[in-house]
Structures are given as structure tokens and as C-alpha cells.
Design a protein around this ligand. Sequence first.
Ligand SMILES: Nc1ncnc2c1ncn2[C@@H]1O[C@H](COP(=O)(O)OP(=O)(O)O)[C@@H](O)[C@H]1O
Ligand SMILES: [Mg+2]
Length: 185
Amino acid sequence: MMEDIAMHILEILMNSIKAGASLIILRITDSLDQDVIKIEIIDDGKGMSEEMAAKAADPFTTSRTTRKIGLGLSFMKGLAETCNGTFKIDSQLGVGTTVTATVQKLNIDTPELGDIGEILMESIQSNGDIDYEFDYITDVNAFHFDTKMIRETLDGVSLLLPEILLWIKDYINQGIEQAKEEDTQ
Ligand SMILES: Nc1ncnc2c1ncn2[C@@H]1O[C@H](COP(=O)(O)OP(=O)(O)O)[C@@H](O)[C@H]1O
Ligand SMILES: [Mg+2]
């Protein structure tokens, strides 16, 4: 069903959007040296109580009313466990939430990273008022993306124009590829 890491991340981003975040930070640390891919999703949304955070990754915990199970966090936790990694939710009511997952990079069960540009584009598209920061960090390189900078450059032009959204997607994916290529040199 969810085949790559990006699809899992999209679910977590959607949670942050639903929680009313105004800034969402996605940080991916892709380290061959440490044999780990670390994914952090940090939001300034409404947060969760300690009790809620403790059980949020249980599939039978959800605040949605359309179906009785919540799968975003429980699937991400399952992915981390399957891929010899770790999973953690840090949250504070009224402050925000940080979801941190790691997977072993060179593990037969670890799926491809997938299309990060696409999921960030989809997230931006679903609510054009939210700002995003994205970092992709390898052992020797780093790529940074920030919608605030893009907004300044665009000087009032909407991020939601199709050509801008597609540009963002390509820009992010090229940034990731470049960081990766230089990593292997
Ligand atoms: N970033 C977040 N901020 C606040 N609450 C959250 C966040 N992520 C998840 N939650 C809470 O945890 C519940 C479970 O999330 P999830 O596993 O993605 O299932 P679903 O989104 O389908 O309910 C959500 O319904 C929500 O109440
Ligand atoms: Mg969800």
C-alpha cells in the first residue's frame, strides 16, 4: 500500500497540516557512514497531550470521525520497526509536535526514499498559507529549501500556481540528487 518512505512522510505532513501548523520542517539525514536514514517532521500545530502522544501511534487511536482507525503514525512506526530503526513522538499541547523516525539505510526491508519533491508539492498545494523548510543532509553535503525565501523572491505571486508548484518539485528533487551525487565522489 505505502511503498516508499515519501508516502509515509506525506501522511505525517498531512497530520501537521490538520493540526493547524503554520510552519512545518522536514529534515532528512541520509548517512551512509552511520547506515541510517533519519526523518524528522517538526510542526508548530496544536500539539497533543502527553496521554494522546503516548498512544497516537496505536492504530486504534484517532481523532478523525470518518473512520475508526488512524494509520499515519502507526504505519510510520511499523516501517521503522521493520527496517531496524526507531520511532518517537514528542509533543506539547499548544506548542507543536515532532515525529522522528529512523530506518537502517542498507537493510533489505528499507524501501526507496521516493519522490520527496512530489509530496512537498502536494503538501504546499493542500494549504498555501503554511511555510515549509526542508533539509536533506548527507555525510558531506546539505540541501536547504525554504518557502519563505521563495515567497520573497516571487514577491506576491502565489505558490499555488501550477508552474510554481512544478518548479518547486523539480528544484527539491534536483537538490536531493545533487547532494547524493556529490556524496559518492
Ligand atoms: N502533528 C500532530 N499534531 C497534533 N495531533 C496529531 C499530530 N499527528 C497526529 N495527531 C493525532 O494523532 C491521531 C492519529 O494520527 P494518525 O495515526 O495519522 O491517524 P489519523 O490521522 O488517521 O487520525 C490523529 O487523529 C491526531 O489526533
Ligand atoms: Mg494521519
